[in-house]
Design a protein around this ligand. Sequence first.
Ligand code: NAD
Length: 226
Amino acid sequence: MEKIIFFTGAGISAESGLPTFRDSDGLWMGYDINEVATPDAWRKNRNLVQEFYNMRRRDALKAQPNQAHQLIARLEDKFRVTVITQNIDDLHERAGSTRVVHLHGEIFKMKSDRDGSTLYDIREDIPSGARAKDGGYLRPHVVWFGEAVPEMERALHLVQDADIFVVVGSSLQVYPAAGLAHSLSFGVRRFLIDRNPPPSAVDYGFEVIAKKATEGMADLVNLLEG
Ligand code: NAD
């Protein structure tokens, strides 16, 4: 079976009602990311950060996978599909994808801010001031700007072994994740689906499908299966 890697960003979940932040002048749901998505923000204003991610969890619970998530899952019938996502929502899993790597963590997991190695499932709000067993504060299991990306090495191995690489809904601006697109082996067929594709995509050899994710994925499936 040919191996396809889907590298997905916030744009794939936009049609499920979860907005990207780069499309709204660098604000994420009205918040400056420096105030809600950095270790410094957590130190300075834990309550605000907790509430911000509680809201993101509530939004993600309400959202449903869209046709783009579903088509990726369905391609598992014909290809060995792996999804590497920058998203913290679980819409790929709910659409049926069985191999999903979350580079930037998962909103439905939490951990201690001291020793983050144990993860706990969480569907509701994390109460402000809630403590883990080790005495640290419970925080969402998301990778903040300035933090290491623990899944990066695994993702790199997967990408280097790909036959086909498809980016869906990512501005390719958030590093180190975006660097995956530059580590592909020579000759790997590569596509980029984005409503507003980054101009550099063509320089990196991408076949660009300048459409929203649901329409672009339908085109891609026709191309791959046709
Ligand atoms: P981004 O916000 O930098 O870029 C989003 C990209 O999606 C843009 O290129 C935009 O043109 C494209 N886009 C917007 N609507 C689209 C649509 N309907 N169809 C196709 N493309 C569309 O997103 P990013 O590169 O993923 O980086 C933002 C970071 O913020 C991520 O690392 C992620 O951790 C976090 N984030 C996650 C979620 C989520 O989990 N759903 C949502 C917002 C932000």
